[in-house]
Design a protein. Structure first.
Length: 431
């Protein structure tokens, strides 16, 4: 019996020692409180741009990591095939976190009044706002009228794709990072030619996105006064800069060509250089080409404006703390470094380490110029409003085509574009 008690005493001493027992002369330490088990929560995610709809995509890219980081949370994607946000609201569908690009935010989140100021939550959970890319953070603050309606998630790339075979065919040196618009134009002149009965083209670009990410940071529609400004000298400079590429002798632009710019580069392979301005092409598109990329052309030393996707917390969420903490985690280097290595996303972070590893685990970019992808020296964001994209569409479609093959001079085309946006604003006021 005594032997048994001695063993128990020894065991107790060992346990006490292992727990950091009280030392002579020291005060008793506070007992460690067991972590309170959190109640299970299901959070529903929605991407306005439908980018997450592919079978298993959300679970693979987001769900697994969210559940690992927050075991009490079950993340569920609502595919856009279920309906638009207004339909989800009408059906009482739970929505907690919404991904929306700057171009789609006004016609989705803001239009349905789903935004809420998350600044108090950012302070509560000590979010380090300095980790975000400054221009992108400035953009969402401006969109939030000084508040904070969302956290930046990623930015769309802006690069020039080029067909190496066409450069080789015509004996022209490949473009290099840091190329300017004037240098790009000179290259385009050399590559726009008719050879063996086939017309080749130097450079084409997505016109609407060119104006969306304009490097002069122009205020097309003032967010406060709704004054439309599409006939200024700077807008003319922007328009002249893009029209000259389509007016190179031999291009002969028409409606069919302007609607087939992507096809001309990828399928027909008659265009030497192409820029989508917002985003990267996938392996399926690039497979037929001998291709590489260089940086988007600079203007006065600046790259394009940010074109980010934001994460919004739905004002109607019943689980705001949980949803915000997930948003906070999804916008950290901890989560995004792996995504950057795989070239899945371009994080909207002010990071020195992520650009160094971007695309290293992506077979598509092996041997390619990865340095062209991380955004550098971004221009300040233009003041955003629900009519900003309407203005850029007028410029990139109606005004540009009116100049190229509609018989209009630049002044007439811009004046008509400005009047069209004013009519849209006036019509909304009268609803």
């Amino acid at each position: 019996m005594l032997k048994k008690m001695a063993l128990l005493g020894l065991t107790g001493m060992l346990l006490l020692s292992a727990c950091g027992g009280t030392k002579p002369g020291a005060g008793a330490e506070e007992p460690v409180q067991p972590q309170q088990k959190k109640e299970p929560v299901t959070l529903y995610f929605y991407n306005v741009g439908s980018n997450f709809n592919a079978e298993g995509y959300f679970e693979e890219k987001f769900g697994k990591q969210i559940k690992e980081k927050f075991p009490h949370i079950t993340p569920v994607l609502i595919p856009t095939t279920t309906g638009t946000l207004d339909k989800l609201i009408a059906s009482n569908q739970q929505v907690d976190v919404i991904f929306g690009s700057v171009g789609l935010s006004y016609t989705s989140v803001f239009q349905n009044n789903m935004q809420v100021d998350i600044e108090p939550l950012a302070k509560k959970f000590k979010t380090d706002m300095s980790r975000f890319e400054p221009q992108t953070l400035e953009m969402i603050r401006q969109m939030s009228d000084g508040k904070l309606y969302a956290l930046p998630f990623d930015n769309q790339a802006a690069v020039i794709y080029y067909n190496k075979n066409l450069f080789d065919k015509f004996g022209v040196a490949y473009p290099k990072d840091g190329i300017t618009w004037d240098e790009l134009y000179d290259l385009s002149v050399k590559l726009t030619r008719n050879e063996g009965g086939t017309q080749y083209y130097g450079f084409t670009i997505s016109p609407n996105h060119y104006f969306l990410r304009n490097q002069m940071s122009l205020n097309f529609v003032d967010p406060k006064t709704q004054q439309v400004s599409l006939t200024t000298d700077n807008v003319k400079k922007l328009m002249d800069n893009i029209t000259r590429f389509y007016q190179i002798p031999g291009f002969n632009p028409d409606k069919t060509k302007m609607g087939s710019l992507v096809k001309m580069f990828f399928q027909d392979q008659v265009t030497a250089m192409w820029s989508p301005v917002a985003g990267l092409h996938v392996e399926k598109d690039l497979a037929p080409l001998n291709w590489d990329i260089v940086t988007f052309p600079t203007m006065n030393g600046l790259g394009p404006q940010p074109y980010p996707t934001f994460m919004y917390l739905n004002v109607g969420s019943k689980y705001k703390d949980d949803a915000y903490q997930v948003m906070d985690y999804l916008s950290t280097e901890e989560f995004l470094t792996e995504k950057a290595r795989a070239a899945t996303f371009i994080p909207a972070l002010n990071s020195t380490s992520i650009p160094k590893v971007f695309g290293q685990d992506a077979p598509l970019y092996k041997g390619r110029n990865l340095n062209a992808i991380p955004l550098k020296n971004m221009a300040k964001p233009s003041p955003q409003s629900k009519y900003y994209s309407a203005a850029t569409t007028q410029l990139g479609t109606n005004a540009l085509q009116g100049i190229l093959f509609g018989g209009k001079d630049v002044n007439t085309a811009l004046r008509e574009a400005e009047e069209a946006v004013k009519k849209t604003i006036e019509a909304d006021k009268n609803k």
